[in-house]
Design a protein. Sequence first.
Length: 552
Amino acid sequence: MTRTALILALVLLNFASCFIEDIYLAVGSPKLDQRAAFTLRADRPLTFPESEDLSLAMPGSNSPRVHLKAGEVVVPFLKRIDEHDQRLIRALEAQRSEALFRESPLVLFVNIWMVVFLGFFLFVLPKGGYRRSVSHPLLLVLLILHGLILKAVLLFTTLPVESLPLVLLPLLMVAMNQGRVTAVGTLLVGFVLATLFMGRSWDLLGSSLVVGLAAIMLAPRNLRLRSVILPCLLISMVHAFFLILLRLDWSAIARLPHPEDGWNMGALQILVTHPWATQSAWALLGGASSGALALLLLPLLKAGRTVGSTITLRRYADLDQPLLKRLFTEAPGTYQHSMNVAYLAQAAGDTIGANPLLLRIGAYFHDIGKIQQPGGYIENQLNGVNLHDTLDPYESIEIITGHVKHGLRIAREARLPKDVIDLIEQHHGTQAIDYFFHKALKLKPKGSVREGDFRYSGPKPQSIEAALLMIADAVEAASRSLKSPGRESFGKLVRFIVVKRIADSQFSECVLDTRDIDAIIHSMVDALEAAFHSRVRYPWQQAQSPPAKIRN
């Protein structure tokens, strides 16, 4: 329902953005001495006679003519309309009045078609093996926000289109962990839609796509002031260089060196007076403004996403959930393990600012797939009989890795939140199951065993929460085997588990810096020490002293 509402909002808002000036001119254009309600711009290249006398517009006439390129300002926002402005507005009305009815079906079709393309693109990506978790509602929100910001700048400022914050969309997508591949398709959709109201020009679309692709390559994952300055500068330079190549009069450059008289001053004057230098400078401003807006909007977007997910998640925080009751009944060892993992993960999450509610609920359900065959997992083998002792390693690995696949199916049938489903899918990443791998090496012919057959299918953790859950899951299980629980042994255990996963590149697709990792290790050691705290022995537990011997 939310996705459908966002799709409708995107199509309708973008369609309205394309024709808001046309409707304004058709309903009531500004009169003499009135202030313009917003900036009026040419939506395509426009040429008309400066004089009101239309007879001067006949072919071959030498009357002064006005040349406007797509996106150029005709009347600025809040300017008092004079006679010259009225002539410009009448020329603009003549251009736009027929365009409103002639082009509106085509514009509506393009809007709908680009949304269909985005849906197809996002549907096809996983089929091709791309496993990054993508939030469709978030992408739609970013597209709507991008379009509204660009249109607001066009309506209420006189800034040229070269200075627009075009790369705001890819910067936010990468920072919101939606992936660079996803950003390519979304950027294509966003820029085609924006070109419909920025100025229907191939030059604008071409420059937008070039600078957008540069932003996808250069955008930092961790969007901070220091990390965004250099990428935005490089993106701006790419934009400026493209505009130079596109709009510089290269024929004038070819005429600069005159064989007889040295430099051709006429050609030099053409170059100096050409607006390419100013447009390139505006392009530098566009990159800087994109970075600044991204820094301002990113905390708001993250906060809004957190609030929305919190409302949904709270419904699943109750331990009386039917699925958790089933886990408690059918796989009691897994249930207790999940509660302990929730405690560890939430303790670490509070330390580094992760979402504690998502961590707790993700931990509750991360092993829900084990109810499919509870006896296949050591924590539920209460009678001491391990069925894997009699199974082939390949049969064992099917059971062990299968709990992720079964967990995804059960979670989707129960309609758990997508963020929780993502944690179920990612909490083992692509880790190898060493025990059965080494068992197969001993039992199978040399060279016939591949490590890839003994790895989980992934994907790797895509978020801090998934990485924390991976660590907490392993730490909780391994802590059960410690012979002498204590702070020193806990510290060695947690560090070994974290370093092993770093060496295996399990955290390569999420943002975890060394400070976060250090804080995670210390918080989990503290949590383990608290969970394994010692108690005073009760009198009945004290060793009984032997009875005194009676001497004769």
